[in-house]
Design a protein around this ligand. Sequence first.
Ligand code: PGA
Length: 250
Amino acid sequence: MRKNIVAGNWKMNLDADEASQFALNFIKHKSSFPEDVDVIVCPPAVHLQDLADVFYDFNIGVGGQNCSVHSSGAYTGEISAGILKSVGASYVILGHSERREYFNESATQLAEKIKQALENKLIPIFCCGEPLSVRKENSHVAYVKQQLDEVFGELSQAQISQLIIAYEPIWAIGTGETASPQQAQEIHHEIRKVLNNYIGENADEISILYGGSVKPNNAKELFSEADIDGALVGGASLNPEDFLAIIKSF
Ligand code: PGA
């Protein structure tokens, strides 16, 4: 059975005081989390250790938002997958559209990052999704398939089988405009077909998350679709009550 997952992507938000305030408010509600949902928080990397310490007893996972293509060495400013693991991360978001766009991350680099993550026992949350211009041309399915093929082609079946996928249409990220449940389901289903080409029936075990303006008022409808196994949440993950309401939408 594939897992239901709600992951928060804090991006470059919340300083140390705000992060610990979040953690204290959030764990107060842990008893009301549904049992069958894995909850993950991906803060700025400097907060990982503190959050991992607080969240460990509550079975809340933490993850990085990126990792280096290298395992160690003279790469000023970079953080390796091994270092993320050593401070308590179990996950890492890779290929977020902001990283692809602002830091020019290529498919080859993303495949390397996935390999680094898996070698260090981090589960990658691998992101894909089309810009508005592509959606308007109605070529979003082909675009996303290509994003997946470019990276999956560099990976083994065993590696692909360990991924979490996040579909995040760029036009829905931070805009307040969510893909409709039907629009999201259409492409999640296509993503699962691509996975099936590479790993056969194991594709049914892969969690495919939707991301892009997921809020307490739209999560339930999204989660009711057959191939939407959870959410990657940006803005609403910064507020413990909103994040909790999304988790409880399962
Ligand atoms: P958003 O961000 O929920 O603020 O739209 C989602 C993301 O970028 O992961």
